[in-house]
Design a protein around this ligand. Structure first.
Ligand SMILES: C[S@@+](CC[C@H](N)C(=O)[O-])C[C@H]1O[C@@H](n2cnc3c(N)ncnc32)[C@H](O)[C@@H]1O
Length: 201
């Protein structure tokens, strides 16, 4: 499923873009079937869109991309090595990190891959209540016997991002739009958190 919609584009255009230098080098993590950068009217030095799911990545690469150079790379973000980026951008990959320590590893990897004062921006689900009937003490939502989503309270993410060496620039929970992670269970829905953070120099 693609979640490149107006809400996400507005997040980029109104909260992220102003933080970037002209012609930034961008890494998009967990692109899925559509890159948000395919349709954006902006100059980029380079866009590297990453996903470890080859089939999804092929669909994203086949879309008529307006920006170039735009590369699509099949790789695990947590093991990525690269020259630095000005922006690491992620729509809904962070809440897919369901193995122990993966959220912390993700933030450390983003920090490693950014220039000093580079920007990490992501959108992910959070839950409102500390005790939830559907999420376990490891902050995991389960479905069909498997942990499928990492959905902590926003305070957990706030502390993790700051502890990794980022300064928070924008941190907002959108309570007016609820996201349903399991389509067959529409009663389970969660607010989205948008984060923009700068790597400390
Ligand atoms: C929920 S989807 C979101 C896709 C897209 N960004 C969107 O908003 O529609 C999360 C994507 O992240 C990818 N992903 C999850 N963990 C990853 C990792 N460690 N490295 C690269 N891609 C990953 C998945 O394959 C999936 O395509």
């Amino acid at each position: 499923m693609s979640f490149v919609d107006q809400n996400l584009q507005n997040f980029y255009l109104h909260r992220v873009q102003a933080q970037l230098k002209t012609s930034p080098r961008v890494l998009e993590v967990g692109v899925g079937v559509r890159s948000i950068f395919s349709d954006l009217p902006q100059n980029f030095q380079e866009i590297l869109s990453l996903d470890f799911n080859h089939e999804l990545l092929e669909q994203a690469a086949a879309y008529p991309n307006k920006n170039s150079p735009h590369q699509f790379v099949c790789a695990d973000f947590l093991g990525l090595s690269s020259t630095p980026f000005d922006l690491v951008f992620d729509a809904h990959c962070f809440h897919c990190l369901v193995k122990e320590d993966q959220p912390v590893s993700y933030l450390k990897k983003a920090h490693e891959l950014l220039y000093p004062e580079g920007i990490l921006a992501f959108e992910c689900m959070i839950r409102k209540e500390f005790k939830s009937p559907v999420i376990d003490i490891e902050d995991l939502l389960w479905h069909s016997g498997e942990p499928i989503r990492y959905i902590p309270v926003s305070q957990t993410i706030e502390q993790m991002v700051q502890a990794t060496g980022f300064e928070l620039i924008f941190f907002r929970v959108n309570l007016s739009f609820l996201f349903t992670p399991i389509k067959s269970r529409p009663e389970l829905c969660f607010p989205l958190l948008q984060v923009v953070a700068k790597k400390k120099a």
